[in-house]
Ligand binder design. Structure first.
Ligand code: NAP
Ligand code: GLV
Length: 306
């Protein structure tokens, strides 16, 4: 089996070693223009030239969950596109979002400031029932996040394209139920894939429907959020603040107002990282399954966009 490795911003050698160990006898190289046809590609943000020069790929394995960048490109007609299916990301996402929600709910940001002035002062406790959390996207990551928050006894709601049932979570589905979902949500978590239907979904109109004193956690893609609309709503007080991990331009430019806004927290696209060991094991297993003609999990529906 021959594998072409074409991952931007990724140190290749540890991945190549991992695949060589997982698939003894495999031929795997960093892709270069003019390289021979491979059976499978392991990719992150590859150039169009890679896909054009590898028309016979059977599997294209994205080393992340989101495939929005890949779907901007023209894929080889016969290739199956596969995303990382959890691979250790769901627990990271659950800890990241739970931390963000609890930090806001328990006012740990206020205590940080109090400590800097050596002040011993209690904040009035808040009621969980006043903080319903709404998770947009009930897929691999969203379901895990919703369940983690439900364990802390927040009222949790979830919204998906098709109807889902998640224990402990009030589920809403489709465009027709979006309004009801938003109006009963105080803390909004975005875990949607970026598609033409979801781009800019966190705009002034939709964020204004959230309960007063809302909080926004975006861990999906920067283009889900209309930046100026969020800043305006935070400044107006309707939105109390936001924890943002993803941005329209990454790295976030130094002059962007998010960096210095006192009620916005910025992290550098780190909420759920690809874990090399788990990812190699998952992808290698799927390549072998595909070679045997067996179905694999995490196949992207290219028409649907995720
Ligand atoms: P997933 O398993 O594909 O789940 C996507 C969910 O979104 C599904 O529940 C789907 O509904 C729902 N959805 C899609 N389009 C919708 C629409 N138009 N209206 C309502 N719901 C819609 O994806 P995942 O693995 O959970 O990952 C979600 C996203 O997280 C990725 O696409 C990626 O962009 C992002 N991500 C970010 C990081 C980070 O470090 N910040 C790391 C990993 C992933 P159905 O259930 O009906 O299909
Ligand atoms: C990271 O953002 C991913 O999509 O895996």
């Amino acid at each position: 089996m021959r594998i072409a490795f074409c991952c931007a911003n990724t140190k290749a050698e540890p991945w190549l070693d991992g695949f060589r160990q997982a698939l003894p006898g495999v031929e795997i190289d960093v892709w270069q223009p003019g390289a021979p046809q491979a059976d499978h590609g392991v990719v992150w943000a590859p150039p169009q030239q890679f896909l054009d020069e590898q028309p016979g790929l059977k599997g294209i394995f994205n080393i992340g969950a989101g495939v929005d960048a890949l779907l901007q490109l023209k894929l080889p007609a016969g290739a199956t596109l596969v995303r990382i299916d959890d691979g250790g990301m769901a627990v990271q996402m659950a800890e990241f979002v739970t931390h963000a929600v609890i930090r806001h709910f328990r006012k740990f940001d206020v205590y940080d400031k109090e400590q800097s002035q050596a002040r011993w002062a209690f904040q009035r406790p808040r009621e969980r029932r006043d903080f319903p959390v709404g998770v947009m996207g009930l897929g691999v990551l969203g379901q895990r996040v919703a369940q983690a928050l439900a364990h802390f006894e927040f009222p949790v709601r979830g919204w998906s394209r098709t109807a889902r049932q998640v224990p402990g979570v009030e589920c809403f589905a489709g465009a027709a139920r979006f309004d009801a979902f938003l109006r009963g949500t105080r803390v909004l978590v975005c875990l949607l894939p970026l598609t033409p239907d979801t781009e800019g979904i966190m705009n002034r109109e939709n964020l204004s429907k959230l309960m007063a004193g809302a909080y926004v956690v975006n861990v999906a893609r920067g283009a889900h959020l209309v930046d100026d609309d969020l800043v305006a709503l935070v400044n107006s007080g309707h939105v109390a603040g936001a924890a943002l991990d993803v941005f329209r331009t990454e790295p976030l430019p130094a002059a962007h107002p998010f960096w210095r806004h006192p009620r916005i927290t910025v992290t550098p696209h780190t909420s759920a990282r690809t874990l090399r060991g788990e990812s190699v094991a998952q992808i290698a297993g799927k390549m072998l399954a595909m070679e045997r003609g067996e179905p694999v999990a995490g196949v992207v529906d290219v028409q649907r966009g995720y």
